[in-house]
Write a protein that binds this ligand. Structure first.
Ligand code: GDP
Length: 418
């Protein structure tokens, strides 16, 4: 059998709406939890006369073990469906989630948004919907969870569904293409098996919806962009920058330019895992030997591209940002560090052009704070390559970091060239 294609999945939603329980349920139904662990808790639950609640015991047990720092199978969080091989990546709330999403170390290909049918969307539901959309997660599945707790009431489901749909629409998602599924992470309804408790629901189960996802496109038709992670000199070979191809195709004999360093050279050979490649395509992590460039001519944060279509160095740029975690307020003049692809450059916010708070436009644009969504003008303090996200998605997303945390995240919408 051919190897199944890999997808990164993130499970998001308001605290207590069932992210961990649903993750556990998915792993259990997919057969990804070590049977020994399940047996252990099942036995424990039976001994205490709570056999039917063994799933809750499994979840609680795993949580306790995690808290004690015990590494167990489930921590890897990998599972297979009929069509794909999934890895569940860290959720927002985890310290480096936003940064990892931006730098691509754990860019999610799809997100499951959990929303409790008991109370409908809450503050973090909105924050996570906005964040996932801003960070470029294109495929979304909505799980309206805890259906058991509302007696599988269709009206409660519809209420929560409408609430989440409204949030998704606010940031430009087409909800017609998004599956909404009534589930119970606790009891397993509509997770792998269609539930008899929801006869009014005719859509896919969660597993079917996962199989209906499509593999993310590789943008080979676009100009080449390779953000440089590191530069090595290898005796007998020469200068070897290392990075991941984000768009386009790299082939030997191509003339490339590294911006903003402005060094040019010719690609001599491309390697991945110690094997020569005839070409590198998006997603490939490669080392490539370039002639005519010395190690010190280029550095981490540069982006390689074709000489006739070089990466854009910005004098200033316009961006849409969401303030996630700032201890006070953000005003014009604020100069935190922007993490864009592999670059880290201090940039100044020079104008707050417009902003929304709780979905309503602000008239006072003197400051923005947590939860706000704003259009801002930004000026890098040093040369920086950044591209509009609509042209080069991975080169247009950024995290704003200050005082050791991610204070905001955003996407570049327009660039004024240097
Ligand atoms: P998280 O904070 O989003 O990860 O939420 P948890 O998975 O920790 O769940 C929060 C609480 O809701 C826990 O007490 C769970 O047992 C409970 N819960 C989660 N899913 C369900 C469900 O489908 N039905 C019911 N009744 N309770 C659930």
């Amino acid at each position: 059998m051919a190897e199944k294609q890999h997808m990164n999945l993130v499970i998001i939603g308001h605290v207590d709406h069932g992210k961990s329980t649903l993750t556990g349920r998915i792993l259990l139904e997919a057969g990804a939890i070590d049977p020994h662990i399940i047996e252990k808790y099942k036995k424990e639950a039976e001994e205490k006369g709570k056999g039917s609640f063994y799933f809750a015991w499994v979840m609680d047990g795993l949580k306790e073990e995690r808290e004690r720092g015990v590494t167990i199978d489930v921590a890897h969080k990998k599972f297979y469906t009929d069509k794909y091989y999934f890895t569940v990546i860290d959720a927002p709330g985890h310290r480096d989630f936003v940064k990892n999403m931006i730098t691509g170390t754990s860019q999610a290909d799809a997100a499951i948004i959990t929303c409790s049918a008991i109370e409908g969307p809450q503050a973090q539901t909105k924050e996570h919907v906005f964040l996932a959309t801003t960070l470029g997660v294109k495929q979304i599945i909505v799980a309206i969870n805890k259906m058991d707790a509302v007696k599988y009431d269709q009206a409660k489901y519809n209420e929560a569904k409408e609430g989440v749909a409204k949030l998704l629409k606010m940031v430009g998602n087409k909800v017609e293409n998004i599956p909404f599924i009534p589930v119970s992470a606790y009891c397993g309804d509509n997770v792998k098996v269609k539930s008899e408790n929801t006869p009014w629901y005719s859509g896919p189960t969660l597993f079917q919806a996962l199989d209906n996802l499509s593999v993310p496109e590789k943008h080979t038709e676009k100009p080449l962009r390779v953000p440089v992670q590191d530069v090595y000199t290898i005796t007998g070979i020469g200068t070897v920058p290392v990075g991941r191809v984000e768009t386009g195709v790299m082939k030997p004999n191509m003339k490339v330019i590294f911006e903003p360093s402005h060094a040019t050279g010719v690609v001599k050979s491309i390697e991945e895992h110690h094997e020569q490649l005839p070409e590198a395509v998006p997603g490939d992590n490669v080392g490539f030997n370039v002639g005519g460039v010395a190690k010190n001519d280029i550095k981490r944060g540069d982006v390689a591209g074709p000489v006739d279509n070089p990466p854009t160095v910005a004098k200033s740029f316009t961006a849409q940002i969401i303030v996630l975690n700032h201890p006070s307020v953000i005003t014009v003049g604020y100069t935190p560090v922007f993490h864009v692809h592999t670059a880290q450059v201090a940039c100044q916010i020079t104008e707050i052009c417009s902003a929304n708070r709780a979905g309503k436009p602000l008239t006072d644009l003197s400051f923005i704070k947590n939860g706000d969504n704003a259009i801002v003008k930004v000026k890098p303090t040093k040369p920086l390559v950044i591209e509009p996200a609509k042209d080069f998605p991975p080169l247009g997303r950024f995290a704003i970091r200050d005082m050791g945390q991610t204070v905001a995240a955003g996407v570049c919408t327009e660039v004024e060239k240097a």
